[in-house]
Design a protein around this ligand. Structure first.
Ligand code: NAD
Length: 256
């Protein structure tokens, strides 16, 4: 077991990719704080994966809740070894219809929330003096623009950049900061994405999802569990020499 005795906070861990990683970490011996806006779903996930895992009602846009989440994980686990910064939101609009509200919503969760979660956990890891592993979720959307997806793409490009800066700043404390960049993954988020594409591209529901799946070189959309192996690697000592990188886990969609 590669994470025996380790402890992790996974933001957005209630469902989708975060829940798959929470389950994968527990199978490798870790205890997990499933930190999510949706407490009920987080509680169900924590109960299902077991091994001393617990749910925390976290909104990553609120620093008081970030502080409380980190304090609770320290109290229950004695310290934090791993943070998976996975919580994110999606919205899209054509140029001319982008609103400040949508910008604040996306950047508030995907960028501000990720930065201050990372900072608070990194400070906790530094105080403890045992290093740690931080994994940020970016996206192929952060590698290039899309005409309808300006703000989300920009938020994920920011995640790749933050991973580089934090990775370089924190490695001297034995804290590895790296990222994972998924492609298109069949989760509740993509059901939301599909509905928005149906509206803006005048497509029947489900059409965009089918099309993007067919376009993946691997031959299908990603599944949450496709990201677990990389997330375990980046959380384990096997990746100690990997610093400030963002790995594409996308079935061959993007090469960089
Ligand atoms: P999802 O929407 O299925 O799950 C996201 C979780 O985050 C939910 O449980 C939600 O309640 C939680 N959340 C939302 N706002 C929050 C907040 N303010 N505070 C705390 N929790 C919050 O998403 P997913 O598809 O599993 O995506 C996981 C990660 O992978 C995200 O960072 C996403 O941007 C990225 N990603 C997903 C895809 C995809 O195709 N699904 C592609 C590329 C990247």
């Amino acid at each position: 077991m590669r994470l025996q005795g380790k402890t992790a906070i996974i933001t957005g861990g209630a469902r989708g990719i975060g829940a798959a990683i929470a389950e994968g970490y527990v199978k490798e011996g870790a205890r997990v704080c499933v930190a999510d806006l949706n407490l009920k779903e987080a509680e169900e996930t924590a109960a299902r994966i077991g091994n001393g895992s617990f749910a925390f009602a976290l909104d990553v846009t609120r620093s008081d809740l970030i502080n409380a989440c980190v304090a609770e994980a320290e109290r229950r686990f004695g310290g934090i070894d791993i943070l998976v910064n996975n919580a994110a939101v999606f919205d899209m609009a054509p140029w001319g219809e982008i609103t400040e509200k949508s910008y604040d919503f996306i950047f508030g969760v995907n960028v501000k929330g990720l930065i201050f979660m990372l900072q608070e956990v990194a400070e906790s890891m530094k105080r403890r003096g045992r290093g740690g592993k931080i994994i940020n979720f970016a996206s192929q959307a952060g590698r290039r623009g899309e005409p309808l997806v300006t703000i989300y793409c920009a938020s994920k490009a920011a995640v790749i950049s933050i991973t580089q800066s934090a990775g370089l700043a924190l490695i001297k404390h034995g804290i590895n900061v790296n990222g994972i960049s998924p492609g298109v993954v069949d989760t509740p988020m993509w059901d939301h994405v599909d509905g928005l594409f149906a509206k803006y591209e005048n497509l029947p529901k489900g059409a965009k999802k089918r099309l993007v799946g067919e376009g993946v070189p691997f031959g299908r959309m990603g599944r949450p569990e496709d990201h677990v192996g990389c997330a375990i690697f980046l959380a384990s000592s096997e990746s100690d020499y990997v610093v400030a990188q963002t790995y594409n886990v996308d079935g061959g969609q993007w090469m960089s």
